[in-house]
Ligand binder design. Structure first.
Ligand SMILES: [Zn+2]
Length: 356
């Protein structure tokens, strides 16, 4: 298993361009933690070919309480048409070609949605309906600044709460938890894989995000209901989010409910499943793969003793949303890796830490 992964990274390391990660460290962050963040960034740099600079503020401090860490991504609005045109101009792989060929033309996209104030089945109703009327939420995307840079879109520098200066992401881990900083010899049974968890959080900064979480957090009885045209938060990844019901109607699935949602470049091919939402879905944030199916790094939980790896599914998702990928692993190789990972996790899974 380790031989396979090493081989992949070696092959990918021949890339001529790669994202450069620029770190600002919060006071108190140990050298060991700084090196862990750098190792996580290096994993992504070895797999991605875009010549962009990503600014991250990171930290490793005592945060108290039960949270493993916190993370946030800088995001901004872009029109669907500008993102689709950028995806088309930036298409370098077979996956990109398939994805772009199946994106709707024109300035808007349709979606299955629910729980809105103007749901035709009643205000706040959980029953899904098709919203394809071309207003604000059908025209705008809300995407990570790091991803927008990879797509060549204009990005306004931002800062986030906790960041030092401008940043594309803020990541802080809680030093009250036990972390294993060396992923090359497995992960201690009583510790979390620091480099793996950091890689996961950087994955969100790079654009592995679903706006369905915003609908999930802003629907009754928690909040709202709000009109569908206020939910201008579909991400690029959401353009590849489908269910059987939405695919039958030729639109994405942007509902907050527990029906199965999957990644698909063309809508018809059923890919890996997504989580479906903390409040109204399966209890995990929609900005992740489905929990515990070992789909990839962007699984929503990490167990103590579990070593986390970037999978072919993770790389394919990054490819689809606008990153140029150095190499997509062969499915057979990743199936073998996945089988090995499954055994490792089944044997050692202990306390589980929720990743955000
Ligand atoms: Zn996460």
């Amino acid at each position: 298993m380790k031989t396979l992964l090493a081989g992949l990274l070696l092959a990918a390391g021949t890339a001529s361009a790669a994202p450069v990660f620029h770190f600002n460290y919060l006071a108190g962050t140990s050298i060991q933690a700084q090196q862990g963040f750098q190792a996580a960034a290096a994993r992504w740099s070895s797999l991605l070919n875009d010549n962009v600079t990503i600014n991250l503020t990171v930290g490793f401090n005592s945060l108290g309480g039960g949270i493993l860490g916190q993370a946030a991504s800088a995001e901004d609005f872009h029109t669907y048409a500008s993102v689709r045109n950028a995806l088309a101009a930036d298409a370098t792989s077979a996956a990109d070609a398939t994805a772009v060929a199946h994106l709707p033309g024109g300035s808007s996209f349709g979606m299955l949605i629910n729980r809105t104030a103007n749901n035709p089945y009643g205000a706040g109703s959980p029953i899904p309906y098709i919203d394809h009327n071309g207003d604000a939420n059908n025209q705008l995307l809300y995407i990570a600044n790091a991803e927008a840079k990879a797509l060549g879109l204009a990005v306004t520098p931002q800062t986030l709460q906790g960041c030092i200066g401008n940043c594309d992401g803020f990541i802080q881990f809680n030093s009250d938890f036990n972390f294993d900083f060396n992923p090359n010899n497995g992960t201690d049974a009583n510790a979390f894989d620091f480099v793996g968890v950091a890689s996961h959080e950087i994955g969100h900064v790079l654009g592995f995000i679903s706006g369905v979480d915003i609908l999930d957090y802003n629907s009754p009885p928690v909040n709202g209901p709000f009109e569908d045209n206020e939910f201008t938060y579909a991400s690029t990844l959401d353009l590849f989010r489908y269910s059987a019901a939405s695919a039958a109607q030729g639109v994405i699935d942007w509902t907050a409910d527990a029906r199965s949602k999957y990644f698909s470049l063309d809508g018809a091919t059923v890919g890996p499943q997504f989580s479906t939402g903390e409040n109204f879905g399966d209890g995990r944030q929609a900005s992740h793969w489905k929990d515990d199916l070992f789909i990839g790094l962007m699984d929503p939980t990490a167990g103590m003793g579990e070593t986390l790896h970037i999978s072919g599914n993770d790389v394919l998702a990054m490819d689809a949303i606008g990153w140029n990928v150095a190499a997509i692993p062969e499915p057979s190789g990743w199936a073998m890796l996945g089988a090995g990972l499954l055994l490792l996790v089944a044997r050692q899974r202990g306390r589980s830490g929720k990743l955000s």
